[in-house]
Structure formats: C-alpha cells, structure tokens
Design a binder for this molecule. Sequence first.
Ligand code: ASP
Ligand code: MG
Length: 673
Amino acid sequence: MKVLKFGGSSVADATCISRVLDIVEAAAAGDRVVLVLSAIKGCTDALIEAGRLPAGERDRALAPMYLRHRDIIDRLFTGDQARDAIEEVCALLDAAAAEPDGDTCQTYGELLSTRIVDRKLTLEGNRTAWLDSRELIVRDNPDESYARICKAVESRPDVKIFVAPGFVASDASGRVCTLGRGGSDLSAALYAAALDAESLQIWTDVPGVMTTNPREVPAARTIEAMSYDLAFRMAENGAKVLYAPTVLPARKAGIDITILDTFHPDGGSTVISAGAGAPGGAFSGICRMGGKLYLAAEGGIDTAWEEAACLRTLERAGIEGKVLEAAGDHILLEVPEGNATLALKALHMEFFEKESNTVEIYLAGFGAVGSALCELLESNAERIEAQSGARFVLKAVARHESEDDALMEALMKPGSARKVFVDCTNSKTIYHYYIPVLEAGVDIVSSNRRALAVPYAEYASIKAAALRSGAALRYETTVGTSLPMLGPLATAASGGDRIRSLEAVVSCTLNRIFSSGEDFCAALKKAHAEGLTEKDPRTDLGGVDALRKLLILSREAGIPLDADDVEIKPVLPEEYFEGSVEEFYRRLEAAAPKFGTDLRFVASLVADPAAPKGYKAFIGVRAVGPDHPARTITGTDNAIIMYSDFHTSPLVIRGSGEGARGAAASVLHDILR
Ligand code: ASP
Ligand code: MG
C-alpha cells in the first residue's frame, strides 16, 4: 500500500488536478493507493470566513468557491458526468451554508475536492472507493482510527485507489472536527500507519524540505534526507512544508516520509526517516517564526563557535539579534521582526550559500603547537574569513594517538566541504594515514617532521598520492618553524636552478649553546628546562633532528636523499650516548667538553659528482670564519644559506626559529594558502 497526499497549490485548479491524477494512476499501476487530498487552494480560508457568518447569510461568501469548483468540473467532465458532479458540489456547499456550528463549515473543503477527484478517477476506469475520514479518524485516538481504517480497507479488496479527505476527523464524542490547520499531512500519516504502508508521499509545491523558505530566500536548497527528529523540530519552528504532528505516527510505525514537488517530480525531494541525513556538526536548515530564527542541525554542533558565527553574521548585516537558546542540535535567535527576512537571508548566505567555502579542520595532536593553532583559529576567525573568504571550522581533534582512528573515520565521511587534515603530532607512525587521506581528496598540513623524514621511497609515494589526487600536502613548518625555508628551495628546484651548496643551521638548542659561550653542561640543562630540547637532549646532540630537517630540505630541492647518504658527526663522543639521561648529565659534569663560540652545528649539502646522489651530505659541528653568514646567527635563530647556479652570492633565509605560536602561525598559513 502507498499513501499519497496532495495539498495546497497541487490542487489549485483543473490543470494541477490533472497532474495529480497522472501521478496517482502511475503509482496505482504497481500497488494499491490511498490518495489523501486537502481542499483546493484557498478554500479552507474561505470556508472559515463564511463560517463566521450566521447560517442563513453564507451563500454570498461561498459563491466564489462554487465558481472555482465548477470551473474545475467543467474542465474535467462533460455532459451528464459534469451535471452530476455540479449537483454534488451544490449539495455540499448548501450543507456547509446550513451548518448550525459555523466551525464545521471548514470541513467541507476536503469533501468537495475528494468527491470531484473520486468521480474523475472512476470515470477513467479505476476501481476506486471514497473513504469518509470523518468516520474513520478519531482525533487523538490513533488505535481506534487504525482499527476503523483497516476494517474499511479490508472490506474492499477489489479497490485499487481509495480517495480520502484529509484534515477532517471526528472527536471522541463522534462530532465532526479537524486535525488542525495543515492537518491533511497528519491524515495521510495516520492512513499510512494504519495500513503499514510501504511508502508515504507528501506531494506539495516545493521540492522537499528546504534549507529555508524558498519564497523568502530563493537560494534555498533541498535537504535530501533528515531524521524524524529534525523534521519535527523544523516543522515546529516554522517550516511550513510539513505539519509537525505528522512525524509522530510515521516515526512510531517506522514509515519513511517522502516530500515531493507535484510540479517538478524530479526536481528534488526529501526523505524523512530514522537515520540522520546530514552528518552532525553543521546546520541543516533555518526556519522562521516571526522574529525567531531556528537554525536546525541533526546534532553535534560546536555551540560556542556557531553562536559567535551567528552573532557576527547578524552584526555584519546591521541587525541586532540575540541568542535565546543554544544546544547541540539548534540555535534559536531573536531579531526584530521587521528585519527577520533580512536576517534569514544573511544567515542562509553564511551557512548554506557559502558552504563550498567552508573548510573543515581535523586536527591530530593537541600539544603546544596544536593548542596554539586552535587558539589562533578561534581568535582570528573574522580576519581569516575576510582575508580568505572561507570559514574554517574545527571539526574534530585527536588529543591522543588512541583517538586517531576515530578522527580518521570522521574525516573520511563523505561531505561537500573542503577538508584539511592537520598533523601537529610528533608521531612516527601517523604518516601511514597520509596516503589514504590524500587519496580521499583531503589536504594535509603537517608540522610533524618525522612524517616527512621517512625513507625516501615512502616519502615519494606520499608525494605521488598528493599529485594523483590533487590534494595539497604542505609542511613548511617542519623546517625552521615559521621561517619560509622549503618554499624557496622548491621554487629553485622547479625553476631549473641547481644547488651548489646548502648549509642549514637548524638546531635552536645547539646554536644557542654554542653562540652563548656559556658552559656547555649548564647551558644544555637550561635549554632542557626551557623545553627547547627533545625529551632526551641527546636526540639533538646526536644530530637525529638535524638529519630529519636535512632530508626534508634536500628532497624539497629535488635530491632524493636518505639517512644512509648522510654522514653524521655527533657533538659528543659515542660513550655519552649510552645510558640514561641522568647518567648522561653526570658524565657531562665530570668531563665537560669545551666549545668555542666560532662553532655552529650545521647540516650541509655540497654538490659532488662522485657522491651517489650527486651531493655530499654532512651533519656536525663546524668552525665558521668571521665572514661566514652563519657566524652572526645567535640565540635560537635558524638559517639556511644556499649557493646555486642562480644564487652565486648566497641566498640567506634566517630568523627566529622557535616557539609554538610561530609554528602554529606557520601551520595556519599552510592551511590558508
Ligand atoms: N485544508 C486544510 C488547511 O488548509 C488542511 C491542509 O491543507 O492540510 O489547513
Ligand atoms: Mg501543508
């Protein structure tokens, strides 16, 4: 069994009704159908008006309704058929005019429309039966209604199309009543639930439930799927397309509600079901009732963030507004009623028309850099948006490795927004996610140098994945933190320049210790305490960190360097690298090495045709003469010094190279560009 309901403009005139008949007959080709109709457009309003007059004085008020129904009949019927139909219309209108209780007048609109359509369907050779909803539907008593409906339908196994008036019912005492304005939708849901229908279709004059009222905001779009809960809340808060109580019997019976456009059956539709339509975290639509604007979501929205975005949008539109409610599945705003449409337009523009400009950020790692990035994103949201035209939303954060899988799952869900995976971890395994992420078309921004310093073959396949998918892979922060070191190397490489030599002073820790001239052990402990070194400071001293940076720098310059190609001379002899950190400090105190202030810890590449990759790579302590550009680099500054075919006097990029905020700013820059 299928239940189809048509209302409003779908039943405005004969042309519309012909369309309805086509749709119904097509549906009835495969299945039995209950056709629920509302009154022809404007009829209920006219009947309510007429009902306010005393019984003897309603004729004049009802005359236009006579003419409209007659016009429909004249177009759908001829001869005797037309005469009989007109007679029936007259009888019904006379009965309406004579109703002692004027309120009952409004129940005739649906009787008129369904009687005409029932006649026409029969005339066309369909086996039809008219169901009197006044007898079958008992208001507020679904169980009784279901029993009566089933009995009526079961007694007519020969019938293909049942035609039933919507809106009308009887109350517990048996008096005729209505189900409330817009109640035909509910009638249809009750028929569907009673008959365990396989489909419940509400045919109207818009292509489904839309992101907002298309009459106020022409850019409104169809929402293809949504949960019962969301549909109910939207209908309750002003979405006129559906009568809210309709959802309840459908949900209880587990019947999907499909909302379609009679005039554009292929122009879009909405399926309301138990599953959520849109993923949580974003708004699905905006409804309006007077000055109250209800921004509806399936759930999971970042309330503080969205609340701020709403207020910012209103402020930009010059509208004073306040937040009345903010919850995980909605925000309710209030604006002066005179500005409500304007506010609706601005909010719709912000949350729906710019959706392609929304960039969703999925962040792994919530250490110093990750948390600084979140702060930057939040405090600069407005500036970022003004500058980039995009809205950056922090969708998910994995604060710990154990949350990475969940982050990935959220990230891989299909969606229309641009997505960026941001790796602010220090993990040596997270790079395994890079290829699938890139293949899903998601950009990656990383400050995790371990992920880019993996063996060259793996690095190359990550790069290839980015190239194939067109997704961006950016990691400027991995070397020299906020200094733009990789960009110029990539430019040189792709522009056909050839590096002659590259020297990188990229170890803040060692550089500061050497240039300070302080006692090595004390200076190292101090740097350690300030968090400038790795947990085990020997990672810095052993050159492991510098190695990673040199690998990234070289590869950026097009040189396929691997760890084996690099000669490393640790700052301290081998025995210092054995045992615990405590033992290490004890050993240092006992036999402190002395270093001159002319020393720098340098990672270098020098063109050498005899070397396997064409370059000799070396990491270690080097004395730099007074004229060497590295000599003036002190404190925690970083630098690269490059000579190439084009740069015969050195290209020097230097500056302050540490700090979580600088790193976060650099990550943000990679996200934005
Ligand atoms: N005709 C009724 C009304 O206008 C019921 C409906 O259209 O759903 O309220
Ligand atoms: Mg309606």
